[in-house]
Design a protein. Structure first.
Length: 128
C-alpha cells in the first residue's frame, strides 16, 4: 500500500475527529444546561506491625491511622463552551478551505517530491 494512502487515511481520521468535536460543542451549546455531578468518599485504614523499637514507638503514638474524606462537586458544561461569532465574511471560509486543500496536496505529493531529494543533493554535492 502506498505511503500517501496511509497519510490520507490518517489525515481524514484527524479531520474527522476535529469535526466531530466541533459538532459536539455545537450540540452542547444549542442544548444548554448540561451538568455533571461527581460524589463519593474514600476511607483508608493502616495499622503498623513489627517488633523493632521504632515500630513499637509508632504503634504507641498512632495505633491505627485512618484517613477518610467525602467529596461532591458539580461541573457545568455551559461555562466552558466558546461563543462562536457568525461567519460574516466568506473570505475566511474560503481561506480555510484553501489551507486544508494545500495540506491535503502536500500529503499526497510528499513521496513524489521526496524522490527528487537524491537528485538535488547530487547536483550540489557531486562525486568526481
Amino acid at each position: 500500500m502506498a505511503y500517501w494512502v496511509i497519510e490520507m487515511f490518517r489525515t481524514a481520521v484527524i479531520f474527522g475527529i476535529e469535526y466531530f468535536l466541533h459538532w459536539f460543542v455545537l450540540l452542547l451549546r444549542d442544548n444548554h444546561d448540561y451538568q455533571f455531578s461527581f460524589s463519593g468518599s474514600y476511607n483508608l485504614t493502616n495499622q503498623l506491625q513489627g517488633n523493632n523499637a521504632a515500630t513499637m514507638i509508632l504503634q504507641r503514638l498512632y495505633p491505627t491511622i485512618q484517613l477518610g474524606r467525602s467529596y461532591n462537586f458539580t461541573v457545568s458544561v455551559t461555562e466552558c463552551i466558546p461563543t462562536v461569532a457568525p461567519l460574516s465574511d466568506p473570505k475566511v471560509y474560503y481561506a480555510a478551505l484553501i489551507l486544508h486543500g494545500i495540506l491535503m496536496l502536500i500529503l499526497i505529493l510528499n513521496d513524489w517530491i521526496l524522490r527528487f531529494r537524491p537528485k538535488i543533493v547530487d547536483y550540489f554535492y557531486f562525486e568526481d
